[in-house]
Structures are given as structure tokens and as C-alpha cells.
Design a protein around this ligand. Structure first.
Ligand code: SAM
Ligand code: SF4
Ligand code: F3S
Length: 442
């Protein structure tokens, strides 16, 4: 019988990248990917620890798996990702249904760990930080994404220690993959159908392999003719260096959406958070990029109700959102994380945080709706990713990452086509394919 693995992924794009690479790895020991976990004889949960209740979600999920498999043979259960890293041995002790625990910088050991367990039935935990071996291994096994738009992790971990954040503890110290290794992976993706490469890192713009920076990578990858679009995420304002800003002048393939988390509009809160930049630094980056290309748009992450946030701090955050007109941002109430500096700070009233979050989100949604409405009756460039589920239309993305649905054909998949937008809502643009040489606006 063929061995089947099901992976459920929580958290950021870096976890998605890792899950894809785990599939690439375990197929070498006879596992086939399944989308249906009732079919699986290996169930892997790739977890996220960024906000509250992360751990509980994992145990809840295992409870569900237990129920589904109660009349069948128990699958091999693996916990990977950031909760695995944070909880390690504890998970094996608390939940005997778990067989293996493997942290995000130990995936080069995934095949051996599984085989070892199958042979000896021993519970194993692997959580050392060894990003060098992880990526050497990933480089050997090829990234078989096969997708029109593919993720490519270039940098892992974080040395910034923002007071609210678990990432430095769960992903370890900052590490940049060697330049050549990344180019090899990008080339392979380009040769196997990828048209858009999204470069990833918890601090992607801190990329520095001792010689090359993110700006060099972008300009090098854009030489591959098959690659039509390049993006990168997630950035830190402190690492928006001049060379990276200059790339917006030089590059023909770097997309005009900059995801640059700001967290708060108040310098007082930024300092309490240990963010290491001011709001003026942020506006300066905004002005520089807008001067290079006025059609560049920004998206961001916000933490609302950080300990010490007063009404005035909140108001400046709202003002910042109105001024920068962020599109597509993420906003959450502060969630105290064990082991971080902010873990024990006095939390502000939940009701106040909730009200502030609602106001922020309403403004962010207005920005999004406004941006999408402004595209109605215009013709835009869309990179087509796939057919819609009912196969009657196609799905793609604008240069600003907005979902676009239109009446295309299977043949359009993998192409950049012109689409006239005739309707929109907050998250999606709807249109029809145009074949004439209409003016491109976005
Ligand atoms: N490196 C990126 C940066 O510096 O902005 C962020 C990476 S983090 C994985 C993604 C987002 O999660 C952060 O931008 C922040 O808004 C949010 N986040 C992290 N810790 C949080 C916490 N304790 N409570 C609420 N949101 C949090
Ligand atoms: Fe977390 Fe980003 Fe701060 Fe690093 S820079 S600690 S990943 S929020
Ligand atoms: Fe979550 Fe880990 Fe990413 S905590 S956001 S999966 S780096």
C-alpha cells in the first residue's frame, strides 16, 4: 500500500514553504501527498506560535484526528513548526498520540526521523537550530512547487527581539542562505513553470550572505526570462536600505506593493515595543518610494492595544493609516507570548482594545474598497494562477496581489493577460479578458 501524508499548515508563508519542502522530502521515502486526511497514514501539523492559544489549537486538532481515526489504524502523528520548537519534549509527554516533534530548523532530518520511528517505534524530538543543514538539504532535493506563483525562503530567524514577538525563540538567530544556493532554486522554479517568485524571510530585507543583499538577489533573479514577477515579504523598516529602495528604479519585475509592517503609528509605542525605528523613518521610506514610482502601494501589520497604548497613541495610528492609505493589511490585538519581554506587562482593557481594533479595521477596509473601486472600468495586468473551483472562470492576481476572477480559459494559466475590471468588492476584482491594446493602468 502506498504511504500517504497529509500536512495541515498554520501561520506564515514560511511555514507554507516548509510544508511544500517537506512534501518534496518525504516523497523520497515513498510518501504521496493527499488532500484528504482521512486517507492519510501520516498526519503532520505545521504549527504557528505567534498569537494566543497556539498550543491549545494543536491539542484540539489532535483531538479531532483521534476521533476520525478511532476505528482505523492510528496514523503517524508529527508536530512541526513553531509550537513544536517552543514546546518540544513537553508535547510528547502531554499527548501520547504524538509520535514525532520536529522544529523548523531541523527539517533536513525529517526522512531519517520518520524511518527511525517506523523501524524502532521510538518517540523522537528534534529541535536544534541548524538552518545551514536545513537549506543544504532542501537545495539537494529540488523545489517541486510546479506552481505559477512559488515561495522561496531566502532568510530565516530574527535577531531583533521586538518585545511582543516569539519568532527569535521559535526560528532562532538570523540566517541568510548563500546567494548561489538561492539562485539555483530560483532557476529550477523558473524552468519548471513558476512565473512569480515570492522571496521569503521573517526579516527578508535583512538578507545578507556576507557579500550580497536582497537588492542583488532581485536584480539577478529578474534575469531569468521565465520569471515575470518578483515579490518579497516580510520586511522590517530598519532594513529598507538605499540599495533596496533604488531597486524600485532599476527593476522591471519587482511588483509595486510594499508589505512593510509598522505595528503602531506612535513613537512611544514603537519604542516600548523595541521596534528600533520611528514614524519619521517610516514616512521617509514612503516618500522615497512614492517619488520613484507614485503607483507603489503599501500594506502593513498592526498590533492594537499594546501595553501602554493610550487614546492619543491609537489616534496617531489611525491617522497614519489614513495618510499612507495601506491596502490589504493585517491587524490583531496584542497577545502576550510566554518568554517574551512583553509577556507580563499590564494588558489594557479588552473592550477598549476591541473598539480600537474595529475602528482600525474599518479604516483599512475602506482603503481596500476604495482602491478596488478605483480600478473599475480600467484594464489591468493579471497573472493567471488557476481555474476557479467550478472550472467556469479563472483566478489570478493583480500587481497589488488582489484576487481577480474573470472569464478566461485553461490556456491562460501561467500567462499575464489584460483584464477589464467591471465589478469589485473588498477582496476581489471581477472582470473580463480584453484582447485589444488597452492602456495599462495597474
Ligand atoms: N518580521 C516582521 C516585522 O518585523 O514586522 C513580522 C513577522 S511576525 C511573524 C508577523 C506579525 O505578527 C507581526 O508583524 C505582528 O503584527 C504580529 N505579531 C507578532 N507577535 C504578536 C503578538 N504577540 N500579538 C499580536 N500580534 C503579533
Ligand atoms: Fe518578530 Fe519581526 Fe520583531 Fe523579528 S522583527 S522580533 S520577526 S516582529
Ligand atoms: Fe507563526 Fe512561526 Fe511564522 S510563529 S508566523 S509560523 S515564524
Amino acid at each position: 500500500m502506498k504511504k500517504k501524508i497529509f500536512i495541515k499548515t498554520f501561520g506564515c508563508q514560511m511555514n507554507e514553504y516548509d510544508s511544500n519542502r517537506i512534501y518534496d522530502s518525504v516523497k523520497n521515502i515513498g510518501f504521496e501527498k493527499t488532500e484528504n486526511y482521512e486517507d492519510a497514514n501520516c498526519y503532520l501539523l505545521n504549527t504557528c506560535h505567534i498569537r494566543d492559544k497556539a498550543k491549545e489549537k494543536v491539542y484540539h486538532e489532535i483531538g479531532r484526528v483521534k476521533k476520525i481515526f478511532r476505528l482505523k489504524k492510528k496514523p503517524l502523528v508529527i508536530i512541526a513548526g513553531c509550537v513544536a520548537q517552543a514546546e518540544n519534549q513537553e508535547m510528547l509527554k502531554r499527548e501520547p498520540y504524538i509520535d514525532l516533534v520536529i522544529g523548523p530548523q531541523a527539517y533536513h532530518k525529517i526522512n531519517d526521523t520518520i524511518l527511525n520511528h517506523i523501524e524502532k517505534k521510538k518517540k523522537i524530538e528534534e529541535t536544534e537550530f541548524d538552518a545551514i543543514s536545513k537549506f543544504k538539504y532542501f537545495n539537494k532535493i529540488k523545489n517541486d512547487s510546479g506552481k505559477v506563483s512559488s515561495f522561496l525562503t531566502i532568510q530565516e530567524g530574527c535577531d531583533k527581539f521586538c518585545h511582543f514577538c516569539v519568532v527569535p525563540y521559535t526560528r532562532g538567530p538570523e540566517y541568510s542562505r548563500p546567494f548561489r544556493q538561492i539562485l539555483d532554486e530560483a532557476k529550477y522554479l523558473a524552468d519548471t513553470g513558476t512565473q512569480e517568485i515570492i522571496l521569503l524571510g521573517q526579516n527578508v530585507n535583512a538578507y545578507n550572505d556576507g557579500r550580497y543583499r536582497l537588492s542583488n538577489l532581485i536584480l539577478e533573479i529578474e534575469k531569468y526570462s521565465e520569471v515575470k514577477r518578483i515579490r518579497y515579504t516580510t520586511s522590517h523598516p530598519k532594513d529598507m536600505t538605499d540599495d533596496l529602495i533604488e531597486v524600485y528604479k532599476k527593476s522591471k519585475k519587482l511588483m509595486p506593493l510594499v508589505h512593510l509592517p509598522v505595528q503602531s503609528g506612535s513613537d512611544k509605542i514603537l519604542s516600548l515595543m523595541n521596534r528600533k525605528h520611528t514614524i519619521n523613518n517610516y514616512y521617509k521610506i514612503y516618500d522615497q518610494l512614492k517619488e520613484i514610482n507614485p503607483s507603489i502601494q503599501f500594506s502593513s501589520d498592526f498590533i492594537i492595544g499594546y501595553p501602554g497604548e493610550e487614546e492619543d497613541d491609537f489616534k496617531i495610528t489611525l491617522e497614519l493609516i489614513k495618510k499612507i492609505k495601506f491596502i490589504n493589511s493585517y491587524s490583531f490585538i496584542f497577545s502576550p507570548r510566554p518568554g517574551t519581554v512583553a509577556a507580563d506587562l499590564k494588558i489594557i482593557d479588552k473592550k477598549i482594545s476591541m473598539e480600537r481594533l474595529e475602528k482600525i479595521q474599518s479604516q483599512l477596509y475602506d482603503n481596500q474598497i476604495h482602491m478596488n473601486k478605483s480600478l473599475e472600468d480600467k484594464t489591468i495586468n493579471v497573472l493567471v494562477e488557476n481555474l476557479t473551483e467550478d472550472k467556469t472562470k479563472v483566478f489570478g492576481r493583480s500587481e497589488y496581489m488582489t484576487s481577480v476572477i474573470f472569464n478566461g480559459k485553461k490556456d491562460d494559466v501561467g500567462k499575464i493577460v489584460s483584464v477589464k475590471i467591471n465589478k469589485s468588492n473588498r477582496s476581489t476584482l471581477f472582470g473580463e479578458r480584453v484582447f485589444s491594446s488597452n492602456k495599462k493602468v495597474a
